[in-house]
Design a protein around this ligand. Structure first.
Ligand code: GLY
Ligand code: MN
Ligand code: MN
Length: 429
């Protein structure tokens, strides 16, 4: 599988280099930065361009030297260091595609200052060479546009990242049913997935009750709620496999009630909209369709009184669904290129009514994306709508809002591979 992946990646890089009139590229894995006034580093996050080629995700200071028509060289950082354990020397199918040279310190890195017609792809402060173009736009736009189509190797890694995350989700659900705290639930997820915090593709969102209304809730309360107080649970958590992410959300009600019925309704529309992620569809249209379907649910539950079109056009549906339907997924949880309309870097901005939509493109075969609609009861947005009671606020049934507010919100999120027909849902397996 990797060999086909390599073939695709190297074709894209070759074409990107030719378009930018370059002969080669140095791709840097990256390095960690220290906190201000401190000798402790922030967690290391590998350059996605690096891990696209080489599934070594936790080793800083490595460099791939890729040239047109030559076997690439991987300078693999193997420091003489008694403070940390050595990064593992590498193995796997992919190693056959590289000449691999261990470097123990900076002095072992070849002098690149005489390289002609090369660029450097890496984080902001990482390029020490005046002769190298740093992240040239023409090359980056080309690669980012085409990186959105995933190879079988990439899809398999994302699938495995789903399998692993679902183990964590199962463990977390059991914690909720036993009345454990948010923090205990988080720890159970970490144990079940065998991830460290820095290996997660994003910080776990583990939210009970009203905390589910905070889109990226981050605190993880240490205390358990009493059985009488505990109502709902929203978990948004993924895993990483070979540098590829999963991004999954589920919402639960402790007992069968109106809120559990609303969850079922959102899940039904979420599955339906996931099936519409086929080649040639505009993701903006899917997002708008999601607004209409969620507005229908809000009306069915008597939370709003107007029809879906009015809810959408007046901005009312944004009060309850204030984020995008989803985003590209892969080497980054929000994989880049979602607003890039072509390989020349033309940007297709989100519509004015939907500024947070991260994906505006027309879908292509083997794009991998999330479908994550939600309904939330967020004080800040509800208060604004109330202040606007002559306009959209007049369509809100406030007593119903009060009924649902203690449950926080609902989000259901799956990872989907776009196909000409029958998109593949990697999360429901
Ligand atoms: N977990 C972040 C997101 O769903 O986009
Ligand atoms: Mn997501
Ligand atoms: Mn998510």
């Amino acid at each position: 599988m990797y060999s086909n992946h390599y073939k695709y990646v190297s074709e894209i890089i070759n074409q990107g280099l030719e378009k930018a009139e370059l002969d080669g590229v140095l791709i840097y894995s990256g390095h960690a930065h220290n906190y201000f006034l401190d000798d402790m580093p922030y967690a290391f996050a590998c350059n996605p361009h690096f891990k696209w080629m080489v599934p070594v995700t936790e080793t800083p200071h490595c460099i791939i030297h890729y040239r047109l028509n030559a076997k690439p060289v991987l300078y693999m950082f193997q420091p003489q260091d008694y403070w940390h354990s050595l990064p593992k020397m590498v193995e796997g199918d992919w190693t056959a595609f590289f000449e691999i040279i261990a470097i123990g310190c900076k002095e072992d890195v070849p002098d690149f200052s005489n390289l002609k017609n090369h660029c450097w792809v890496g984080q902001a402060d990482s390029c020490e060479y005046d002769n190298l173009q740093h992240n040239p736009k023409v090359y980056m736009d080309y690669v980012h546009f085409h990186r959105a189509c995933k190879t079988d190797y990439e899809i398999e890694n994302i699938r495995q990242a789903n399998v692993l995350a679902l183990k964590g989700h199962n463990a977390a659900l059991q914690c909720f049913q036993k009345g454990y705290s948010e923090f205990e639930t988080h720890m159970a997820y970490m144990l079940a997935t065998q991830h460290n915090e820095h290996q997660l593709p994003y910080g776990n969102i583990i939210a009970q009750n009203e905390n589910g209304a905070v889109l990226h809730y981050q605190h993880m309360q240490r205390n358990r709620l009493s059985k009488d107080d505990l109502k709902s649970f929203l978990i948004d958590a993924g895993c990483s496999v070979n540098g590829y992410a999963s991004d999954i959300t589920r919402t639960y009600s402790l007992v069968d009630n109106e809120f559990s019925e609303m969850i079922k309704a959102v899940e039904k529309m979420q599955i339906a909209i996931g099936k519409r992620a086929v080649v040639g569809v505009s993701y903006i249209d899917l997002h708008k369709q999601a607004h209409h379907m969620l507005a229908d649910i809000l009306k069915d539950f008597d939370v709003i009184t107007c029809d879906a079109q009015t809810a959408h056009d007046s901005g009312l549906s944004n009060v309850f669904f204030p984020h995008g339907l989803g985003h590209y997924l892969g080497l980054q949880v929000h994989d880049c290129g979602g607003h890039q309309n072509d390989e020349n870097g033309t940007i297709l901005s989100p519509p004015e009514l939907h500024p947070f939509l991260r994906l505006t493109r027309t879908l292509q075969e083997n794009n991998v994306l999330t479908i994550e609609p939600g309904i939330y009861f967020i004080d800040m947005l509800l208060n604004k709508a109330k202040a606007n009671s002559r306009d959209m606020g007049k369509y809100i049934n406030w007593s119903r809002v009060n009924d649902f507010k203690p449950y926080g919100g609902i989000r259901i999120e799956d990872n989907i591979v776009v196909k000409a027909e029958n998109p593949v849902n990697l999360t429901r397996i």
